[in-house]
Write a protein that binds this ligand. Structure first.
Ligand code: ADP
Ligand code: MG
Length: 240
């Protein structure tokens, strides 16, 4: 579904990604972890064309992301992305947040978009909040709305960039529970997170990054029991 082949990227002279290769098969969950500044956010953003890259290639469902002829807006419409800071539209209600992209990008009717949006809002347990504005919700609720909004676009894959790291501890699980449910339903997911409980539960593979390189790309059993690199061992010892 998603394949990265020797992807390199520079900011000026600073190399932020160094020959990164990995793949995510349909229905798989790949967790990306590693120290701050190692390039995790940059890597995940290259997948839906939010960050350009200079070398290598990326294909998503057969579409070449780096090809100048590829319509990135069409690609992005098919890949859901959830960020650390929710990024809901503050001036729109929850229901309007859920329908806007469907109507504008997918050209669905208001009726169809509302029906679909509310279905996913119900799924994340927030149907009763549909008329509220984002600032009237807790951080955990806002993130669940952001996930519902992404799902309402019928994505072929979901990308998450530290979706729980801005949340108070008591709200982390309500968001992780939604993500575990998605994983168990067979969604293809790339998730940057340090929540190793989540990784243990649903990840198929763990990618460990350091200084722009993919240092380790292993089945989770292997990664947790016997990480191959010293850097991954140190990292795990610090966060678990
Ligand atoms: P992570 O998500 O693993 O913390 P990032 O992908 O955000 O790492 O950043 C990787 C490196 O690239 C960091 O050293 C960061 O300072 C640098 N970086 C990120 N964005 C930019 C940018 N727009 N311009 C220059 N350097 C950047
Ligand atoms: Mg990051």
């Amino acid at each position: 579904m998603i394949e990265l082949n020797n992807v390199s990227k520079w900011y000026g002279t600073f190399q932020v990604l160094d020959s990164c290769s990995t793949r995510v098969d349909k229905g798989d969950v790949v967790v990306i972890c590693g120290p701050s500044g190692s390039g995790k956010s940059t890597l995940i953003k290259t997948v839906n064309g939010l960050e350009p890259f200079q070398q290598g290639d990326i294909t998503v469902d057969g579409i070449a992301v780096g090809d100048p002829r590829t319509k990135l807006s069409a690609l992005r419409a098919r890949i859901g992305m959830v960020f650390q800071n929710f990024e809901l539209f503050p001036h729109l209600t929850v229901r309007q947040n859920l329908t806007l992209g469907q109507v504008k990008v997918l050209k669905r009717s208001d009726e169809e978009a509302t029906e679909k949006g509310l279905k996913y809002l119900d799924r994340v347990g927030l149907l009763a909040q549909q008329d509220k504005f984002p600032n009237q919700l807790s951080g955990g609720q806002q993130q669940r709305v952001a996930i519902a909004r992404a799902l309402a676009m019928d994505p072929i894959a979901m990308l998450f960039d530290e979706p729980t790291s801005a949340l108070d501890p008591e709200m982390i699980n309500e968001v992780l529970d939604v993500m575990v449910g998605l994983a168990q339903d067979g969604m293809t997911m790339m998730v940057v997170t340090h929540e190793m409980g989540f990784a243990r539960k649903v990840a198929d593979r763990i990618v460990f990054m350091d200084h722009g390189k993919i240092v380790e790309d292993s089945p989770k059993e292997e990664f947790f029991v016997a990480p191959r690199s010293e850097r991954a061992r140190e990292f795990l010892a610090r966060i678990i």
